[in-house]
Design a protein around this ligand. Structure first.
Ligand SMILES: C[S@@+](CC[C@H](N)C(=O)[O-])C[C@H]1O[C@@H](n2cnc3c(N)ncnc32)[C@H](O)[C@@H]1O
Ligand code: SF4
Ligand code: SF4
Length: 348
């Protein structure tokens, strides 16, 4: 059910919305890595990976799909870590069954379906990952991988780092992108010290930088200040101009908003659904009241505060992560840091 604020936001950003509807399904939280900035419970039980539990999540998605006017759906399926080596082959059958069920529901509602599996690539048994993607692509719709990289927080050993590299090589044709989260510690590390693995990735796979979404416990440690974000975008524009969204922002006069929550459903491992701001936050953590189903109030506040509608960069700009921008303890610059970035990058 759309609120008045949802309608106003949709009107203001109607040209800048993604056409694709993204459904992010966090199937369970258990993981074989311990990234410092990640809020998931990496030791969580695998009960939620059962076929019954996966189908339960598909039911939640079906309700959303039925009421959504969008036509093209992308299902972003992830854990925790979804492809761990100790998982049985039955788990891969269950993932296929989930994809098939999502495709059937898309068919029933006149939607198209594509699939993305987000993985840290820490697995030896890559053959069954390839088979799953091939089978889904042949029978249900395009299927690809997304992976991720972090300058500090991944806590992996030398062997895991090598495994990641080997899997990037092996699965390169199937990897759509590598995501990197801009949290405070990663920004410092990226700028202070060149990382040869990142340089290696940059030559091989499309790299997409993402804003850090504050979590309940660690947001004061990991949330960057406006100044940190500004330093990061400037550094990337100078040193890695082909990473997204920098490439797009500097070369295209018109761009979509960076936040895809305008058109997104998130299903969490515990079957909670939300648009984006989904952690069990304290109301005092944010400037606007918490609303699990809509980002509109915080997005409108951001647009108003920064003066986006009268900004000369509005068409080009991807705006911000509205959750990060809405933090009560955000270390904010007096004027918009993204405008400062564009003024310098475009006009020197
Ligand atoms: C939760 S992980 C699950 C998939 C897989 N284990 C991986 O790391 O790629 C999915 C994505 O969320 C990102 N992520 C984790 N915590 C985040 C946060 N607080 N803000 C933004 N992205 C985050 C990770 O970097 C990863 O790209
Ligand atoms: S690999 Fe993914 S799920 Fe696992 S700890 Fe890291 S970000 Fe979280
Ligand atoms: S540069 Fe700043 S003020 Fe201008 S549109 Fe982007 S976020 Fe808004």
């Amino acid at each position: 059910m759309l609120t008045q604020k949802d309608r106003i936001l949709a009107h203001l950003l109607k040209e800048k919305e993604y056409d694709l509807v993204e459904v992010e399904m966090q199937l369970f939280e258990n993981c074989n890595l311990r990234c410092a900035f990640c809020s998931q419970d990496h030791r969580a039980s695998l009960e939620q990976a059962s076929l019954k539990s996966l189908m339960n999540k598909a039911d939640l998605v079906k309700d959303y799909m039925r009421d959504h006017p969008g036509k093209d759906f992308k299902f972003n399926l992830m854990g925790g870590e979804i492809f761990q080596d100790h998982f049985s082959d039955e788990h891969f059958e269950n993932l296929f069954a989930l994809a098939r069920r999502l495709r059937e529901d898309c068919d029933a509602h006149g939607k198209t379906a594509r699939f993305m599996f987000t993985t840290n690539l820490i697995f030896e048994k890559y053959g069954r990952v390839e088979s799953l993607l091939d089978r889904i692509s042949a029978e249900l719709g395009p299927a690809q991988l997304a992976t991720s990289f972090d300058f500090v927080g991944r806590n992996w050993n030398a062997q895991q780092r090598e495994l990641f590299k080997a899997n990037v090589e092996r699965l390169r044709e199937r990897i759509r992108l590598v995501g990197v989260v801009l949290h405070r510690l990663s920004i410092d590390k990226m700028i202070e010290q060149r990382d040869s693995l990142f340089d290696w990735l940059y030559q091989r796979v499309p790299v997409v930088f993402e804003y850090y979404i504050p979590d309940l416990k660690q947001q004061d440690l990991f949330s960057p200040s406006d100044e940190d974000n500004l330093r990061a975008w400037k550094f990337l524009a100078k040193n890695y101009p082909n990473v997204e969204p920098i490439r797009r922002w500097l070369n295209q006069e018109f761009n979509e908003v960076k936040c895809c929550s305008l058109n997104r459903l998130t299903v969490l491992a515990n079957d909670t659904i939300s648009s984006c701001r989904y952690f069990p936050y304290r109301p005092s953590d944010f400037k606007t009241p918490l609303d699990r189903f809509s980002i509109s109030e915080m997005a409108l506040k951001f647009i108003d505060e920064q003066g986006c509608l009268s900004c000369s960069h509005f068409n080009r700009c991807g705006l911000h992560c509205f959750v990060q921008a809405d933090r009560a303890r955000r270390e904010q610059k007096a004027s918009c840091f993204i405008k400062e970035f564009f003024d310098e990058a475009l006009h020197g």
